[in-house]
Design a binder for this molecule. Sequence first.
Ligand code: BMA
Length: 882
Amino acid sequence: MTLCGNGICVVLCWFLGVSSGLRPVALSLDGKWSLSNSDCSVSLPAEVPGCVHSALQQQGFIQDPYFRFNDVSYRWIAYDNWTYTTTFAGSTQLRASQKVLLVFDGVDTVASIWLNGLAVGKTDNMFRRYDFTVSGLLKDGDNVLKVSLLSPVLYASERRKAHSAYRVPPECPPDVQKGECHVNFIRKEQSSFSWDWGPSFPTMGLWKGVRLEAFDVLQLIQVSSVPLHNISLSQWRVQVDLLVDAVQTTNGKIILSIPELDSEQILQTQFLPGKTKNSFTLNINTSSQVKLWWPNGHGDQPCYRLTVRGFQGGFLVLNTESKVYFRSVELVQEPVVGSPGLSFYFRINGKPIFLKGSNWIPAHSFQDRVTPAVLRNLLQSAVDARMNALRVWGGGVYEQDLFYSICDEMGIMVWQDFMFACAMYPTEGDFIQTVREEVIQQVQRLKSHPSIIAWSGNNENEAALATDWFNIPVSQRPAYLKDYVTLYVDNIRAVGQEEDQSRPFLVSSPSNGAESEQEGWVASNPYDPHYGDTHFYSYTLDCWDWRTFPRTRFASEYGFQSWPSFSTLLPVSIKEDWSYNSNFSSHRQHHEDGNLRMLLQAALHFNLPNATDPVKRFTDTLYITQVMQAQCVKTQTEFYRRSQSEIIEGKGRTMGALYWQLNDVWQAPSWSSIEFGGKWKMLHYFAQNFFAAVLPVGFEDGDTLFIYAVSDLSHDLKLRAAVSVYSWSDLDPVCTLKSDLHPISGGSATAIFKQPVAALLAGCGSCTRLTCLLTFHLEDSSGQQGPRNHHFLCSPKDAQGVQRPNITARVQQDEAGYSVTLHSASVAAFVWLDVGNVTGRFGSNGFLMTSRNRTVRFNAWCNTSVEELSRSLTVTSLRDLY
Ligand code: BMA
């Protein structure tokens, strides 16, 4: 079958002016503009697309905004108003066209737009595309286009003042975030006024392209296609929507075709004047075999080429080509035997799928720096950690097209939030109006992507109301509930569902799904584990104790903070910052008591660093926070994965584990598993194992050791657990045990080993909980299946017999790349290889070393050498800290 060659399937759109025979003209206005502040004391060249902060830095007016405390030093930028100006030549061809549109793909955020001194329009929503008709306003020769941006901070504050009838909380972020207030009053990236993992950089600018489009007949604004499956007829059809701007009523015919599926449809059509959405259906030839799109780990992601051509009186008036992928998605919420409540899981192409992954936040405060390479690297890292899903969180941005195209290609399922988070929102007419348009445009833009499997109205706003985060007086509660339903149900959901019926629509995350709807859209407890999805954070409870986790249907957020590595902090800090108690370390921490909580959690199981050298103590502390985070998230994720087939005390059948959070917006402590710049934290290396398709999970319940075999495969297996008991003081196992072979169905978690720890140790030399630890794996007749795992019988800080491993390392190069061969003198836990600022990643890292030698591959992302790697390499394990 011919698929879209090499993933390159360009969308071509061109439109012919039929009457004049002229092609429409598109004139890009991207490139160098000039920029000035309100009193013209600062003026400079500025790149479009781009933002004020980036322009100021590029022209040397400011330093790196991420350096040290610059987020606070540069606060003034967002309190000023800024004007972007460009001059362009107005050709006769442009001016002769029937219609000329000035198109902004994204304006951040509140602006008035002037062409040759005349006002052409206003903007108030960074998530919308704007176009303004400028026919008649263009001159021959030079035309001057100005975009005047209002300070987003002052605008938000004005809107807040104007909203005097009642509060729309929260007014301001907590002080520790050093942010700006009232972000909920402006339709802009909500985390740009600060978040608990990110700085306050309220950006301003033209963050997407600007151009003129001139045409005589019609212009295609958006083409989208959604495959729909009729199960009873086992037939596919593709619904194709064309958003068209026609100069006058245009009759003609449309030809839809997918040549590879031998499917074509010719339809008569009439485009009415102005902007209209026109829907067509292409029935797929039932004798053609449709290859389906599958999530990563469940199959391939084949795509087909769809062509749409429009003719008027024999002339081609539109011609576009795009990709179509076929898959179905259902969110199953139905009664569960032995459990009150409803199930909550996704069925893709009829197959129940456990979602494994994380939550995505903006990859930079300045979106103009999110390059294709940055996106590819992060998404490849997600896939390399065996994720099949990401949630695009509602406090950031609707990501750029490329993000979703890569997810399509890689099989990453996307749970797409609408951009509302952790707040109440106003519901005045103009706010609702702009939100409706935002939702229409975003759904039209994104709905062709098979990767998106669900829309979700907001992040945590149902929970905020239900559990009263903002101390709303009881008497006023009905008004807030009404506003909530107005915004998310009567508008966002209604508009979203009108545009796209092909996927489930959730109103909030977390929510109780269908049960929330029953309870009037705000459930009394949206965290109820018997329904929907949950978010769960606890920093004080012991994360090694799985009993503290909710046995939920679907864990869409959970996590622990850690610090990024020293090499990531280096470019934004100086020597005096390199201690855990420095002003810098507190400044970068935006979560109340975050630095302390990390150490308290770590101290439950580990000795904390006590080096006298201050820098070593600092880097050791960074390391121990990563150890703590990796182990905590591992324990919690393994708990969710092993809970997929069981109902215990009425709870279970967990079908999703999306930890908080995948990536970082800057160099600071956060819940991420990937540091700003792309370096993997220990957690990300752990994810490679805890998200493996076949995984052994070990845990204790009432002093009995259980090992579960978890399988995401489609076929059944027969597996046994093989357990090795090691003494902390010796690299040779004290004893080994094997279970019987057990049948393991595809897509299940099954207990295959059970033994009281005391009995196990009694049969194993002189082992005690303090002197020994366990490793285990799954195997069948063909050998080991899935990764090796381990289980500590006590906290490593209490372990007896732990030796200094004195690990030595040798870097080598062969045809396949680089490798590091380690030699250890003893059992070593959380062995961590770090090559500083040499970018790349190891095959595995943070592992438990129970052998004298181990070779680890290093995949370099840039040119390096054995010398550079040897020079940069440090090896740390738990025993090196104290
Ligand atoms: C969740 C998220 C974010 C936040 C994270 C960590 O609630 O939705 O708002 O960053 O917790 O606190």
